[in-house]
Write a protein that binds this ligand. Sequence first.
Ligand SMILES: Cc1cc2nc3c(=O)[nH]c(=O)nc-3n(C[C@H](O)[C@H](O)[C@H](O)COP(=O)(O)OP(=O)(O)OC[C@H]3O[C@@H](n4cnc5c(N)ncnc54)[C@H](O)[C@@H]3O)c2cc1C
Length: 569
Amino acid sequence: MSFRAPVRDLLFSLTEVAGLDRLIETGAWPDLDRDLAGAVLEHAGDLATDVLAPLNRQGDLNGAKYANGAVTAAPGFRDAYEAFAEGGWHGLAAETQYGGQGLPKALELAAFEMFHAANMAFGLCPMLTLAGIEALQAHGTERQNALYLPKLISGEWTGAMVLTEPQSGSDLGTLRTRAEPNGDGTYALHGQKIFITWGDHDCTDNIVHFVLARLPDAPAGVKGISLFLTSKFDVGDDGKLGGRNAFRPVGVEHKLGIHASPTCVMAYEGARAELVGELNQGLAHMFTMMNAARLAVGGEGVGIAERAYQHALAYALERRQGRSAWTGEASARIFDHPDVRRMLAVSKAKIEAARGVCLSTAVAAGLAEHAATEDERARWKRREDLFVPVAKAWSTDVGVEVSSLGVQVHGGMGFIEETGAAQHYRDARIAPIYEGTNGIQAVDLTGRKLSVGGGQAAHELVADIRADIAVMAGDPRLAPAVAKLTAGVDALEAATAWLLERKADRPADVLAGASAYLALTGDVAGGWMLAKGAQAAARGLTEGAGDPAWLNGKLNLLQVYADNVLAQA
Ligand SMILES: Cc1cc2nc3c(=O)[nH]c(=O)nc-3n(C[C@H](O)[C@H](O)[C@H](O)COP(=O)(O)OP(=O)(O)OC[C@H]3O[C@@H](n4cnc5c(N)ncnc54)[C@H](O)[C@@H]3O)c2cc1C
């Protein structure tokens, strides 16, 4: 099934829902305007469609391979990687000083959604390199930045994030990898790490690992973890590559999905490494880029949902069974059965809702840095922090749900690998697990995020949605759906109060309700996003601007979501 890059929907979501204009107005990105954003997304869409999507199936079938101490990428991936790097996609939002294009992360997220949709296993490689770039931009020394950033930003080298150990997953305080001082300012890493995405491959000459480890005399627990940089080949002060460093892959995992993404077991046997940032601040340093990384995984969830939806829609328009409920035609397309249409419509609505939540989070992150006043920056930061766990967890749950619906639309053929629908479902399943499980996101939302200012961020969210509802309710085209959004906001407000009341003396009750609260927040925030889109579409229809059928589609999506999702909130 061919992939169609959803450039138009993405641009609409970025401009009309997430508020790209607010970023433009800050003046922090002098070249940024709607046209530039559109052009970037068009180019990204072409790469996704022409280069990455055609490799998705063969990547699933052949996978990355481990043999003789090295990993070989799936067939075709090396060439695709070259095209990706040549396009400058690693540097879209990176600092210009090191060769980046300095555009907002929101635009990067939108472009990457299409890369993940086209080929999720491939998209993980640059996604983790971006995390490394962020780590260095935030905590690297001038020397480290000068040596490593240009190569990572150009894509000449890739990055891997190396945290997990067999006994140390959600609870990183238990990690054991040792960093022994060499006496010359460098360290020797000893230990084993597991599940390291693109930890080894043959697409580039060098791979930079960002490793969490502890010094022999470090305090126990999370306060004794430091962040280190080590690379597959030594890097001289002139940037030239030297000898092979003392770490290696010892195998790749056999997994449910994303077969073309090598998930490596790595052994560090005295690997020469340097400290990034301050000693014993490794976890805090990781957290500075955690927001971006978690949001990126949310974008993966939206991408894989979009891909599965397109696949299911194409099948529904082709497969013929039974009589049309509307026309009575025999041997009708299954698209003509209301239940099939419901599955597709709910899928599309959830995709656009999750896309809106993710892109709004990225816009909030940009405004948290660049809004005009300190108060505004602080308010946007609270919104970003509140939305990140929701964007990550809710959107990846949408990815699983929509890809499952995609299998269902295919009927028995959905369960047969040949159609490819099953691959999306298998691929989607990892996103709720890595980068902090969705359970951990819910703990973060109801713990850290609700603790600040007595739930200030949640109260602000409720107030902002209510303010928009007050305006939207005056438009009869929006009013019926907006009434259901109001009921959703009422439920969110009540749930927030319930959690805040119990936070101090009944923490287990709060944790037991955490995932349900996150789901409710996502459902309501998603409805708000669709309502904003519908409001913009209604304006377009009134003004006679734009394609009426497409704009009416946005109004219909809100209604579908209100009836099928908000009605249950
Ligand atoms: C394909 C793949 C790629 C990966 N890529 C990387 C990578 O590149 N780098 C890297 O470092 N790691 C990577 N990981 C590891 C991934 O981040 C971890 O698997 C994840 O953080 C969960 O840790 P765990 O597997 O040990 O599960 P556990 O921590 O054992 O969790 C098991 C269950 O318990 C729940 N749980 C645990 N603690 C709590 C708590 N405090 N509150 C509530 N629930 C809790 C979890 O939500 C989960 O449902 C990858 C994993 C996979 C499978």
